[in-house]
Design a protein around this ligand. Structure first.
Ligand code: PAF
Length: 297
């Protein structure tokens, strides 16, 4: 397939490399001025990819869009007029709501959403490290997207395991719940994910989870409070030595994904008339940290 990776950050670069290795014609699209870009993954040799070449958009069978949720609209708006209407748009990012914001722009395309638990780290501009083996779930965003289940084979061949979820909203909400619990707290306290297992965080985590359960139920997402608590505790344990993405964004004074994580939850709660004071407080604190560009060392 002719594949363009839009936003070759850590996860996008990993997919670019793996899809190239699997035999696809992969190009990159990003914010640099280059026409070519060298990439290596782990200890494998560097590969030269074409970069920001308009013809690759015209020829694309698949656009894999791996920019952050808050960059989706700005990334797609200038590209969309050049992409042929048969190309599949596959979005992969943390958080929810970003694709809903650009529905008008993409309704004619087959649109697929992905959520992944692979870990990747950009060691430098040209090297990506696969730091955690995970799973990827795909699901349709629109009717045309539901015709794209063959993508499971394409992607699974490159970076397993990949599965199709006919209720991708369920998977996205579960990931959102994990991110609502872990990301703001680790960012505010500038602590490792594992620190959230300490007793002092339990009351906040419990309040965040109670509110998540209420909103998920209102959204008709099947959820069990004990099971969700176990899932979140397991992720805290499994990623104990990690700095969460929001922890790093605050540290490096970058914009965070809070509007598409806790912000999304708070907006949904408002629509249902549900009070979510614990999550609203975390939302406010992250917005403040973002505004002040403050960080702890
Ligand atoms: O955003 C992140 O950092 C990750 O999604 C997670 C699961 C919280 C682990 O750090």
């Amino acid at each position: 397939m002719n594949i363009v990776i839009v936003g070759p950050g850590a996860i996008g670069s990993l997919w670019a490399y793996k899809l190239h290795q699997a035999g696809h014609k992969v190009s990159l699209w990003g914010t640099k001025q280059n026409q070519q870009w060298m990439l290596a993954a782990d200890d494998s040799p560097e590969i030269l990819f074409s970069y920001n070449q308009p013809q690759t958009l015209i020829d694309a069978d698949l656009l894999l869009i791996t920019v952050k949720a808050w960059q989706v609209e700005a990334a797609i708006t200038p590209l969309q007029p050049h992409v042929n209407k048969d190309a599949i748009l596959l979005f992969m990012h943390n958080g929810m709501g970003a694709v809903d914001n650009i529905v008008e722009l993409i309704f004619e395309y087959p649109v697929v959403i992905a959520t992944t638990t692979h870990g990747a780290l950009k060691v430098d501009a040209h090297h990506v490290k696969h730091t955690g083996i995970g799973q990827t779930q795909l699901g349709a965003f629109n009717e045309k997207g539901s015709q794209c289940t063959f993508l499971v084979d394409v992607l699974n061949h490159a970076l397993p395991t990949v599965s199709w979820n006919s209720n991708i909203r369920f998977a996205l909400w579960n990931k959102l719940a994990i991110n609502c619990a872990i990301n703001p707290l680790t960012a505010i306290h500038q602590c490792l994910n594992g620190a959230l297992a300490e007793e002092k965080f339990r009351p906040t985590l419990d309040a965040v989870i109670d509110e998540l359960v209420c909103v998920m139920q209102a959204e008709e997402i099947p959820v069990d409070r004990n099971q969700l608590t176990t899932t979140i505790d397991n992720v805290i344990r499994a990623t104990a030595a990690n700095k969460s993405s929001m922890h790093q964004d605050i540290f490096y004074r970058r914009q965070t994904e809070i509007d598409f994580i806790t912000g999304y939850l708070v907006r949904k709660a408002q629509q249902h008339g549900i009070e979510v004071p614990a999550n609203s407080e975390l939302y406010k604190q992250i917005q403040l940290l973002e505004k002040n560009g403050k960080h702890h060392d």
